[in-house]
Design a binder for this molecule. Structure first.
Ligand SMILES: [Fe+2]
Length: 288
């Protein structure tokens, strides 16, 4: 079967584009590409031309998730797998492919209604190296941009979809959460069974050094920014990280030092707790 290989890009619908640009560049250390002809603001974090697409929809939630596959043949096989699972699939139009800057793309909704795109052929810009405004380097490459954690209504149904149709593998479980990998990153996706208004619980980006997490943590504290969970280390991926609220109300996890998964030896586990230490709730998440 065809399988997705990495979390390639994430689309966010926001109400305040300028605030997002400031937040993503000056705090997170991403590089802004500015707003393109389609009205999309995009950010880089590595040699890929873009990893985040910010659209001024006012939704303040996830707009779409882009999963990568190896090539056109895998894309066609994936379309067939989706159709066999009863999912309505549309090919990306020339304009849509151009807007996402990919060679080819299919679009559909996952069983929980999340707008999902599968693509191949992202443009790589080695000629214009990634230039973080904070000189921060991120762990990406075959591990993709990081991870997203989504709220779903029916965990069993959605777990089956990502495992049996998109070909992702379960890493482990914590309470009402399921974690999936599709490359050595411990999880590129996690699902939480919860009935809340926002689809996106948080996205995670991983720095190459612990100092980048520490200095960003200091900036959040010094500037009185809405920290939501203090520094801590997770039980399952061993990530040392903290969580803060984005300008759209959902969280970003900023982390370092996660372990990777080797499918030859990995065994699924269930953890009682999410953190070995820390990750204390320090500020209630606003109702935004
Ligand atoms: Fe996370």
């Amino acid at each position: 079967m065809a399988r997705v290989t990495q979390l390639g890009y994430v689309g966010l619908g926001v109400s305040n584009v300028e605030e997002w640009e400031h937040f993503a560049t000056d705090l997170l250390g991403l590089e802004s590409n500015g707003v393109d002809a389609d009205g999309n603001l995009s950010f880089r974090m590595d040699e890929n031309s873009h990893r985040f697409i910010i659209q001024p929809t006012g939704k303040d939630d996830l707009e779409f998730v882009g999963w990568q596959v190896t090539d056109e043949q895998a894309l066609r096989e994936m379309a067939e797998q989706l159709q066999q699972a009863g999912i309505e699939v549309a090919d990306g139009t020339d304009e849509e492919n151009k807007s996402r800057r990919v060679e080819g793309m299919i679009k559909f909704e996952d069983p929980d209604g999340t707008a999902t795109e599968i693509f191949y052929g992202p443009p790589i810009s080695f000629d214009r190296p990634f230039n973080s405004p904070r000189a921060i380097g991120f762990v990406t490459g075959e591990q993709g941009l990081g991870h997203v954690v989504l709220h779903v209504e029916d965990l069993d149904r959605t777990v089956k979809f990502y495992r049996d149709v998109l070909g992702m593998k379960i890493s482990d479980f914590i309470r009402n959460l399921a974690f999936f990998h599709c490359n050595p990153r411990h999880h590129s996706l996690a699902l939480i069974e919860a009935k809340v208004p926002k689809k996106l619980n948080h996205f995670m980006i991983q720095t190459q050094t612990m100092n980048d997490v520490g200095t960003t943590y200091d900036m959040v504290l010094d500037q009185g920014l809405p920290l939501t969970r203090g520094l801590g280390r997770h039980t399952n991926d061993h990530m040392t990280s903290f969580y803060m609220q984005t300008p759209s109300g959902f969280n970003v996890e900023y982390g370092w030092g996660a372990r990777t998964v080797d499918d030859a030896t990995w065994q699924v586990q269930r953890h009682e707790k999410g953190s070995i230490w820390g990750h204390r709730n320090v500020t209630p998440v606003s109702a935004k």
